[in-house]
Design a protein around this ligand. Structure first.
Ligand SMILES: [Zn+2]
Length: 498
């Protein structure tokens, strides 16, 4: 690291002023520049150039075209000895920003005195090395909690364990992991259950990146996090972050959270590709799930099995119809959404406890081993709860939809359509020369006919009107569909799970 020692007594140092305005730092550029100029004058230094960045976030954009980049380029050429900013936060936001500045060999002075050339340890403090140490210490030591508050107020995530999908700064995505995060959000919004997503991550041996495998609770944690949509949460308040680079859209993240927090029903957000059997139907060759690419195909290998979308979806649709008509006499329990809500609250409480323990682990003098044990115990408890929630949710979803189906089938007949049906029967009997027994034209017969009509003729319309996620919950809990190699429909094997 090039070291440059600057003594306060030296005169005619060549200074550059760096000022940055951003949304979360309300102090204006003009004020910053004035403060820096005042400092320069008091030292008798020469101001070589003023660099101003408007709305540049240290995380998002410090690249080409910014005054920051320009300054780095010109430090040598303009023989700048010292860079002045009002404080460290204006100058840099994360340690990696220091590297290019350090490489120029320039000294740094901040108006607020965090880096103070005139202090007792002036020489020491004047080096970027000291700046780095201080910058890091500031975030780690006794100011932890205060710093967390301040950071959150500025839209920076509070440091904790590395968040899956992001570098340790909590802001910069790691593409390999971001890809998985995107997939989780999209598949979940498309109706996949947390359980199936966890299983998929486990089956594919996705690198857990610092975490311990892929338990359901971790998947839920990722899906319920605000960070992936570029927001932060502090003391229960969610706000936009200028620093966290979103991995999924804020809207998708919000939709997913809405689905997660509503125990009664899962409404699928619109605008997404809708394929009811993706991740549900199985390949008869390898047992992997099918996904949709024009047709349904094996996720693992293209030459395994392939089947027309409409054909497979219609088969499933009629199989559900069969199941629903056979189960008509079965008493249908009410969806127990209260129970799910209760479990969700419990799960959230445990989650909050875990977060608190993790936070406490960063405090000075923390009892790490006992906190670790506590986190592990809470984690296990939460995992068991999550499994329960998922099962109950799936059961509730299929129960409530079955109830809806039966209600539609058993809807009372209305007098008008009954009369209409009677007249139609008389007309056709007359036309065909049949002898018609008026006693046959009973409401019971009409109802029977109507019910068959409702159950068969109207079934496709009825089924297609059911939201995709609910369709999937039923298929998931009732059928196991395996597509074997071949060309006709006999190759589709459908097992009834209940
Ligand atoms: Zn296969």
């Amino acid at each position: 690291m090039p070291k440059k020692t600057v003594k306060a007594s030296q005169s005619a140092l060549r200074a550059a002023i760096y000022a940055r305005q951003s949304k979360e730092l309300s102090e204006g550029i003009e004020r910053q520049v004035n403060l820096c100029k005042k400092l320069c004058r008091s030292k008798g230094w020469e101001i070589v150039k003023v660099y101003e960045d408007n709305d540049v976030s240290a995380y998002k954009n410090r690249g080409h075209g910014t005054a920051w980049a320009e300054m780095l380029d010109e430090i040598e050429e303009l023989e700048i000895d010292v860079v002045i900013a009002t404080n460290m936060d204006r100058l840099l936001r994360r340690v990696p920003d220091l590297a290019p500045l350090v490489a120029t060999g320039v000294s740094v002075l901040t108006v607020d005195g965090e880096l103070d050339l005139d202090s007792a340890e002036g020489e020491f403090m004047a080096t970027m090395g000291a700046g780095l140490a201080q910058f890091e210490t500031k975030r780690k030591a006794e100011r932890q909690i205060r710093a967390n508050d301040a950071k959150s107020a500025k839209g920076l995530p509070v440091p904790s364990r590395r968040r899956y999908g992001y570098e340790t700064d909590g802001c910069t995505p790691i593409e390999e992991e971001a890809k998985e995060v995107r997939r989780l959000f999209k598949d979940f919004a498309n109706g996949a259950s947390i359980r199936s997503l966890a299983k998929d991550m486990q089956d594919r041996n996705v690198n857990p990146g610092g975490g311990k495998g892929w338990p359901i609770s971790r998947i839920r944690g990722i899906l319920s996090s605000v960070f992936y949509g570029g927001e932060i949460i502090h003391r229960g308040v969610v706000s936009d972050s200028e620093y966290v680079v979103p991995i999924v859209s804020k809207e998708l993240a919000r939709d997913v959270r809405a689905i997660l927090s509503d125990p009664a029903r899962r409404t699928s957000p619109g605008g997404l590709t809708r394929h009811s059997l993706t991740g549900l139907a199985l390949c008869g060759v390898c047992g992997e799930t099918l996904h949709h690419m024009t047709d349904y195909k094996c996720r693992k290998a293209l030459n395994h099995v392939q089947i027309r979308t409409k054909k497979l979806e219609e088969l499933a649709m009629w199989e559900v119809h069969k199941w629903a008509s056979e189960n008509e006499k079965t008493a249908v329990e009410d969806a127990d959404s209260l129970q799910v809500r209760k479990l969700l609250l419990q799960s959230k409480e445990i989650h909050d406890r875990i977060i608190l323990s993790q936070d406490m682990a960063t405090w000075p003098g923390a009892d790490i081993p006992s906190l670790k044990a506590k986190i592990a115990k809470d984690g296990k408890e939460r995992e068991a709860l999550e499994v329960k929630i998922e099962k109950l949710r799936s059961k509730n979803a299929s129960h409530s939809i079955l109830k809806k189906i039966h209600q539609a089938w058993n809807a009372p007949i209305d007098a008008k359509s009954f009369a209409k049906w009677q007249q139609a029967m008389r007309d056709s009997a007359k036309a065909l020369g049949w002898a018609l027994d008026e006693n046959d034209l009973t409401p019971e017969r009409f109802e029977k006919k109507l019910r068959i009509e409702r159950q068969i003729a109207e079934w496709p319309t009825f089924w297609n009107a059911i939201p995709l996620d609910q369709q999937r919950e039923i298929i998931r809990s009732v059928l196991r569909i395996t597509v074997n190699k071949g060309s006709n429909l006999d190759r589709v094997k459908i097992d009834r799970l209940r």
